[in-house]
Design a protein around this ligand. Structure first.
Ligand code: BV8
Length: 235
C-alpha cells in the first residue's frame, strides 16, 4: 500500500446506518417515508414548518441516543495515527464523527444538534426540540429558529475549503454514500482530476462505483477498520 500524504474522506448516511440511523435512499430509508420536497427544502419549511420541525426533532432525539460504530472510530484513529493530513467531509448531520474523536471535520450539510436563526444568522448548539415559538439567544427575536441543516437548493457549507482539499489530496475515500446529491457527488471526479487514488467503501456498488479506481464492498463497521489498518500498515 503506497504511503499517502493527504487523505480526504467523504462520508454519507451508510456510515451511520449501523449506529441505528436511517439512510435516505435504501428501501426503508427516509425518502421512502417522507417526500424530501416537504421536509428538506426551504419551500417545504415555509409551507408546513411544523412537519419539518417534527422531522428533525425526531431525528435529533434519535441521533443523540446513537453511538459511533467501528467505522466512525476507525476514521478517528486514521486522523490520529496517519503521519499526513486526514480531512473528513461528512454529508451526515449527526454528531457521530465528533463522538468517535474526529476533529478535522466539515459538516457540509450542517448539523441537527445546532439551530440557525434565519433572522440574524446566529448558530447555537441545540439538543432540545425546535419550534417556531423559540427566541433566538443572539438577537432575542421570536420565530426565526430552524435546524442548521442544508436543504435542497441551499448552498452546502465550506465548499471552498473542500475544493482546496480535493485539489491537494492524493487519496479520496467515499464511505456509505450513494453519490446522488451534488455537489458532494462530484468530489470523486475532482479528486481524480487532481491525481488522487479514489476508493469507494460501501455496502454494495453505488450507482457511481465506476468513477472510483478501487472498491471494497461490505458493512462500514467491518470494511472501514480493515481499510484503515491497511493504510496504517497494520493490516
Ligand atoms: C446545491 C439535508 C446549489 C440534511 C440533504 C439536477 C442535477 C444535479 C444536481 C441537482 C439537480 N437538481 C437539483 C440539484 C442540486 C441538488 C441535488 O443534488 N439534487 C439531487 C437529488 C439530484 N443539490 C442541492 O440542492 C445542494 N445544494 O446544489 O446548491 C449550489 C451548489 C454549489 C455552489 C453553488 C450553488 C444541497 C444538497 C443538500 C441537501 N440536503 N439533507 C438532512 O436532512 O440530512 S441531502 C441528503 O442526501 C443527505 O444530507 C445526504 O447528504 C444526501 C446523500 O445521501 P447519502 O448520504 O448518500 O445517503 P443515501 O441513503 O443516498 O445512500 C446511503 C448509501 O450507504 C448507499 O449507497 C448504501 O448502499 C450505503 N449503505 C447502507 N448501509 C450501509 C451502507 N454502506 C456501508 N455500510 C452500511 N451498513
Amino acid at each position: 500500500m503506497p504511503q499517502f500524504q493527504r487523505i480526504v474522506v467523504l462520508t454519507g448516511a451508510g456510515l451511520s446506518a449501523e449506529s441505528g440511523l436511517s439512510t435516505f435512499r435504501d428501501k426503508d430509508g427516509l425518502w421512502a417515508r417522507y417526500d424530501y420536497r416537504e421536509v428538506a427544502t426551504p419551500e417545504g419549511f415555509a409551507r408546513n414548518p411544523e412537519l419539518v420541525y417534527e422531522f428533525y426533532n425526531q431525528r435529533r432525539r434519535h441521533g443523540l441516543e446513537a453511538k459511533p460504530n467501528p467505522g466512525h472510530k476507525a476514521l478517528a484513529r486514521l486522523e490520529r495515527q496517519h503521519p499526513g493530513e486526514v480531512l473528513v467531509v461528512t454529508q451526515n448531520v449527526d454528531g457521530l464523527h465528533e463522538a468517535a474523536g474526529s476533529q478535522n471535520l466539515i459538516h457540509m450539510h450542517g448539523q441537527m444538534a445546532q439551530a440557525l436563526c434565519s433572522l440574524c444568522g446566529a448558530r447555537t448548539p441545540w439538543v432540545e426540540d425546535l419550534s417556531a415559538d423559540l427566541i433566538c439567544p443572539s438577537c432575542a427575536t421570536h420565530g426565526g429558529m430552524r435546524p442548521d441543516v442544508v436543504w435542497f437548493g441551499e448552498i452546502p457549507y465550506e465548499l471552498e475549503r473542500i475544493a482546496a482539499a480535493l485539489q491537494e489530496c492524493d487519496l479520496f475515500i467515499a464511505v456509505g454514500t450513494s453519490g446522488n446529491v451534488y455537489p458532494a457527488a462530484g468530489f470523486v471526479a475532482a479528486a481524480r482530476e487532481a491525481g488522487a487514488h479514489t476508493v469507494e467503501l460501501n455496502l454494495e456498488p453505488s450507482e457511481r462505483a465506476s468513477r472510483f479506481a478501487e472498491w471494497v464492498h461490505g458493512p462500514a463497521s467491518l470494511i472501514v477498520p480493515l481499510y484503515v489498518d491497511k493504510l496504517l500498515g497494520d493490516g
